[in-house]
Design a protein around this ligand. Sequence first.
Ligand SMILES: C[S@@+](CC[C@H](N)C(=O)[O-])C[C@H]1O[C@@H](n2cnc3c(N)ncnc32)[C@H](O)[C@@H]1O
Length: 287
Amino acid sequence: MTSRETTMTQPTLSTTDLDARARELSWYHSLELAPGVVTPGFFDTRPTVAKVPLPADLTGKRCLDVGTWDGFWAFEMERRGAASVTAIDIEDPTRWDWPPQSTFGPAGQARLGYLREFKSGAASFAFAKETLGSSVKRLDCSVYDLDPAVHGTFDFVFLGSLLLHLRDPVLALDRVRGVCGGEAVFAESIELIPSLTHPRTAVARLEGLDESWWWQPNAAGFRRMVRSAGFEIIDRTGIYFLPLGEAHPKPPLHTAWRSLGSARGRERIVTRVKGIPHTAVRARPLG
Ligand SMILES: C[S@@+](CC[C@H](N)C(=O)[O-])C[C@H]1O[C@@H](n2cnc3c(N)ncnc32)[C@H](O)[C@@H]1O
């Protein structure tokens, strides 16, 4: 028996009760809590595990998951043998770095209220952690506040689907570099059409108004951000898709086809059919 196995506790609830308890909570991730029990997530991250260049073996490593939400990637690192996993997130959506205008007025406030309830003080993470018998340590900490003097350095860092929500993604990557003593994997949302039409030119579209995102880079733009923050890219994926999960609203396709006339509309159809386009890199700090 390995030391990891000694820390695991098996769920004591029956499969039916576990499923029912899980369904009382809101989930961002589709997490397999036990054989046949998968949380009804907003996104189904499971198929992307085979695409992302996460090291197969993290035995003995001190790992960090940035923007963990329900902890999918933190638990995955633990599964791969990490000696310890720290997971950071910001629980209160009013402290997120969203474009100010997206939070203004009754609609913006209602959205923040919905998200606060959705996150409900990390209740789903706590439930998953207990069910999986996990030792992941969660901190309420912004990526911008990562500090080697406070948090130490990590052998491996994962950051996923976060940069688009940040006003200053390069600063965030720079803060990750400050605590990264080994390698990092960044797996991010990118814009599909400019990634296909401009595969070698780094571009990013600034949103920053009513939506919850700021910069929408193409794949080359995302890789340039990583390099600009002082990382060397040692491995990269092509474009892959993060599928919508059971809980994600899915507009009927016959209405979606009406959006074919605009680039945004075409991207919405791709999202509906295949998921959110992503690409990932494995990188190490320069210098
Ligand atoms: C889109 S979710 C991505 C979840 C997960 N990283 C993944 O790849 O599946 C973004 C997460 O980042 C968190 N977040 C937002 N701003 C943050 C910040 N400044 N620092 C750390 N986490 C943040 C959010 O609370 C949310 O849990």
